[in-house]
Design a protein. Structure first.
Ligand code: ADP
Length: 398
């Protein structure tokens, strides 16, 4: 049984075909620059006897992009399936499920309406997620589709954690609240962590740090998300590649007045020009930033200190909220592969029961902690989590 996992963005699309018998990736790839004359199609079959493809071509829209993905998977020479019927289900990553979607669901017209309703909360993401769903309905008719929401894992946030201290009417009337994101990843690594330590997740206090281009941290108590750093949008919380994370909200007003900025300009300033790219005056990729820092460049050293300091603050706060900590998890690009950052974040945390082995940290080993708090470096796998949810929902249909 093969499940196609799709993550449709505004101008990009990532896909994986996963064989659910052994949960292996049959083929994966992505399309970048949808809408451009020089879009890029990438395809990588796992079977070494077949060839990977990288092709630059015009891809007008998501219709063309998804038909290219399907045709590549079906390709006589380098494809991995002989017939569309070998795709048993499609799992879509959907960024925002609002308060309505608290778990993954089979896509129906009512679900599409719900996803459409949430466009107000995620105008840059949900329209494209929805487009992907509609195109698949046309191109793979009859194949069941499942929506897996980035926000769903955080539906267990208690009101004291998800309601902002602004007039309550905005929550009551407009559903303005903390939603949280990266839920599929936080949920996935928390479960892997519990399995690894061999204890039921229901009795564990876990902090998961998802550190990628976008970063967030979640407190998982008893298997439920009870605090998370991203808020109404993914802008809140940690310092990120190009996003500022937490700032004094009065700064937004002050900057707008001081520099005579429009709402759109402020939005771009905080989402695209801040964070690491703002602090380093040009770089958002942590590999480049760390290279500069290791060469002794003060500006980059400071940027990384700011990033790590913010995260350390949250680890302390979330331990306080849970009244202790059993497992600290690092995941995603930086979490999985940056000994430099983990080294700073984990320093002087013995008071909390956190200590680590620098040699294991250096080698990105799975378990790097040496104290009572287990410190784990766990590769995230959002695609597999989406495929598993899709399989579960398809099984219930039978
Ligand atoms: P996304 O959030 O787009 O899924 P990833 O989880 O792949 O991204 O994380 C991307 C980030 O991880 C980038 O900032 C990249 O520089 C960083 N990264 C990847 N490999 C390393 C590494 N070896 N050392 C430090 N940072 C790394």
């Amino acid at each position: 049984m093969n499940i196609l996992v799709l993550n449709c963005g505004s101008s990009s699309l990532k896909y994986q075909l996963i064989n659910m018998q052994d949960e292996s990736v049959v083929a994966k790839g992505q399309i970048e620059r949808i809408g451009a004359k020089d879009a890029i199609l990438k395809y990588k079959p796992t079977d070494k006897s077949k060839q990977s493809i990288t092709q630059v071509l015009e891809i007008k829209d998501h219709n063309v992009a998804i038909s290219l993905v399907i045709n590549t998977l079906l390709d006589k020479q380098n494809g991995v399936i002989a017939n569309k019927s070998e795709i048993s289900g499609i799992g879509h990553r959907v960024v925002h499920g609002g308060e309505e979607f608290i778990e993954s669901v089979l896509i129906t017209s009512a679900v599409k309406d719900g996803v459409r309703h949430c466009i107000q909360f995620a105008p840059l993401h949900n329209p494209h997620n929805l487009k992907g769903i509609e195109v698949c309905e046309e191109q793979l008719p009859g194949v069941p589709q499942v929506a897996v929401f980035d926000t769903a894992f955080h539906h267990t946030l208690p009101p004291k954690a998800h309601i902002y201290a602004i007039p309550l009417e905005f929550y009551k009337n407009d559903r303005i609240r903390r939603y949280g994101f990266h839920g599929t990843s936080h949920g996935f690594v928390a479960r892997v962590a519990a399995d690894h330590v061999g204890r039921p997740i229901e009795e564990l206090k876990i902090i998961t740090c998802h550190l990628g281009n976008g970063s967030s941290i979640t407190a998982v108590q008893g298997g439920n998300s009870i605090e998370t750093s991203m808020g109404f949008t993914p802008l809140e919380g940690l310092v990120m590649g190009t996003r500022c994370g937490d700032i004094d909200p009065a700064l937004v007003l002050h900057l707008a007045k001081l520099k005579n900025l429009t709402v759109e300009q402020v939005d771009s300033l905080l989402n695209k020009k801040s964070g690491m790219i703002g602090l380093t005056e040009g770089k958002s990729d942590f590999r480049d930033i760390e290279d500069e820092a290791m060469a002794g460049n003060e500006k980059y050293i400071l940027a990384l200190e700011i990033f790590c300091h913010r995260l350390k603050k949250y680890i302390g706060a979330y331990s306080a909220v849970m009244g202790g900590l059993d497992i600290l998890v690092f995941t995603a690009g930086i979490g999985e592969r940056s000994p430099y950052c983990r080294n700073i974040i984990l320093a002087n945390m013995e008071y909390l029961g956190i200590s680590f082995d620098p040699a294991k940290n250096e080698k990105n080993e799975f378990e790097i902690g040496t104290g009572p708090v287990r410190v784990l470096v766990i590769p995230t796998n959002e695609e597999l989590a989406i495929a598993r949810d899709t399989r579960k929902i398809l099984a219930a249909l039978k």
